[in-house]
Write a protein that binds this ligand. Structure first.
Ligand code: MLT
Length: 386
C-alpha cells in the first residue's frame, strides 16, 4: 500500500484517481511514499527516508526545497498547463482592470449609497475620473511563453492588441501553440521598448528573481502597466513603488501584494487568485496524482522539475530505477554490479548534474545486489519495482 501525505486540501477529483486498493492518504502520514501539496511551504519540513516523490498541484514550485529533494533522491513534479486557462482568464481581467480603473470606480460608486434619486445624476457627473484606454491597438509584451503565457498572448491578440512574446526557452509545442501574429522577440529589451502593457509568466528562480527592477523599468515606456500573476519575487518591491510614485509605471497589477503595496493608489492587488477555480483545482490534482502513480508504480518521470523526463512502458519484469549523478562510467558500474542479472530494457536520461536510469531485469535483484548498487559512488537512490 502506498502512503500519500496530503499537505493541503487536495481536490477529490484528483484523489479519486488513486486506486483505493493500493493507496492510502491523509494529512498526518509521517512515513509517506509521496507528498501531494498545493501552496504550503515545505522548506522547513524534514523528509523521511521513505519519501520518494512530491507532486505540486500547480505550476510554481518555490514552496519546495528543490536542491535538497534532488540530493535526497526525491522526484518533484508540478502540473504545467493544468491551471493555465484559469490564470489566462485572470490576466485578461487584469489587463482590463489596469486600463479602465474598474477597481477605483467600483469603490467610488459604493460611496453614493444613500443618495436616493440623485444616484444616476451623480454617476454621470463623477464617471469622467475613471476614463481609461481601450486595449485594442495597444502593445502587450508577454515575458514567458509557457502554457499560460501562450494562452495569454493568443487571447490578447484576439482582443486586438499587438503582442510581443519573449521566451528563450520556448518549447516546440509552445511555439506551435502561438498565434502566427505574435511577434517573437529575442530580448527583454525589445519587450521593454515596445510594450504599453507587460505581463510576466516565468517561474521565480535565482536567475529571474527581481528582474523587474529600477534598471529594467528605466528601459520601459513611460506609463507602462505591469501585470504579475507569476510570483512576487520577480519584482523588486521598492523599485516598482518608486516607479509608480514617479508615474513611470502607471499601474502595477499583482496577485502577490506586499504590505507596502496594499494602500498604494497605483497598485491593483488580488489575493493570489490566478488559479483559484474549481476546474483548475480539479485539473491540477488529477494531473499531480497521475504523475505520482506513474512514478511510484512504474518509475516513469513526467513533468519533473528536478529530474529528467524518462518513461518506459509498464513491464511484468522487475524494474530497477536509479537516481544518480551525471558522471562517466557510472552506467557500466551499475551493469557490472548487477552480477548475473540480465538487462532486458534500459533507459538513461540526464538533466544537468543528475541522471536517471531505468532497467528492466530478468529477475528481482536480491538485497545484496541492491546494497551494491546503492554503494556506487554517485548513486543517490535505488528503487526496485515489482
Ligand atoms: C501556480 O503556481 O500554479 C499558481 O500560482 C497557483 C497556485 O500557486 O496554486
Amino acid at each position: 500500500m502506498f502512503q500519500i501525505n496530503t499537505v493541503n486540501k487536495i481536490s477529490p477529483a484528483g484523489l479519486d484517481c488513486f486506486d483505493r486498493a493500493k493507496y492510502a492518504w491523509g494529512e498526518e502520514l509521517a512515513n509517506a511514499d509521496a507528498i501531494l501539496v498545493r501552496s504550503a511551504s515545505l522548506h522547513e519540513q524534514e523528509f523521511a527516508p521513505s519519501l520518494k516523490a512530491i507532486a505540486r498541484a500547480g505550476a510554481g514550485v518555490n514552496n519546495i526545497p528543490l536542491d535538497r529533494c534532488t540530493e535526497q533522491g526525491i522526484a518533484v513534479f508540478n502540473t504545467p498547463g493544468a491551471n493555465a486557462n484559469a490564470v489566462k482568464e485572470m490576466v485578461l481581467l487584469g489587463l482590463l482592470m489596469s486600463a479602465r480603473k474598474i477597481s477605483a470606480a467600483m469603490d467610488w460608486v459604493k460611496t453614493l449609497k444613500g443618495s436616493g434619486a440623485d444616484v444616476s445624476k451623480l454617476v454621470e457627473k463623477g464617471k469622467s475620473q475613471f476614463v481609461g484606454p481601450e486595449l485594442a491597438g495597444k502593445k502587450l509584451g508577454v515575458v514567458g511563453l509557457g502554457a499560460i503565457g501562450a494562452l495569454v498572448a493568443n487571447a490578447a491578440e484576439a482582443l486586438g492588441m499587438t503582442v510581443y512574446g519573449y521566451d528563450p526557452y520556448i518549447s516546440v509545442d509552445g511555439a506551435w501553440s502561438l498565434s502566427r501574429s505574435v511577434i517573437h522577440v529575442n530580448s527583454l529589451k525589445e519587450i521593454y521598448e515596445n510594450a504599453d502593457y507587460i505581463t510576466i509568466h516565468v517561474p521565480a528562480t535565482k536567475e529571474t528573481k527581481g528582474f523587474i527592477n529600477a534598471s529594467s523599468i528605466a528601459l520601459m515606456k513611460d506609463g507602462v502597466r505591469i501585470l504579475n500573476f507569476a510570483r512576487g519575487d520577480l519584482v523588486e518591491e521598492q523599485d516598482i513603488l518608486d516607479a509608480l510614485d514617479e508615474r513611470r509605471v502607471k499601474v502595477y497589477l499583482t496577485d502577490f501584494p506586499t504590505d507596502a503595496m496594499l494602500d498604494h493608489a497605483g497598485v491593483v492587488a488580488f489575493p493570489h487568485l490566478g488559479a483559484s477555480t474549481p476546474e483548475s483545482e480539479d485539473n491540477c490534482a488529477r494531473m499531480a496524482v497521475q504523475e505520482l502513480v506513474d512514478y511510484l508504480e512504474h518509475g516513469n518521470i513526467r513533468n519533473s522539475v528536478n529530474l529528467p523526463a524518462a518513461a518506459m512502458p509498464p513491464s511484468a519484469l522487475p524494474r530497477i530505477c536509479v537516481i544518480h549523478r551525471n558522471i562517466p562510467t557510472l552506467i557500466s558500474q551499475i551493469s557490472t554490479d548487477l552480477g548475473g542479472l540480465n538487462i532486458e530494457n534500459m533507459l538513461n536520461k540526464s538533466r544537468g548534474d543528475y541522471a536517471y536510469t531505468m532497467l528492466d531485469v530478468n529477475q528481482k535483484p536480491d538485497d545484496a545486489t541492491v546494497a551494491k548498487l546503492n554503494a556506487i559512488e554517485g548513486v543517490i537512490r535505488v528503487r526496485v519495482i515489482g
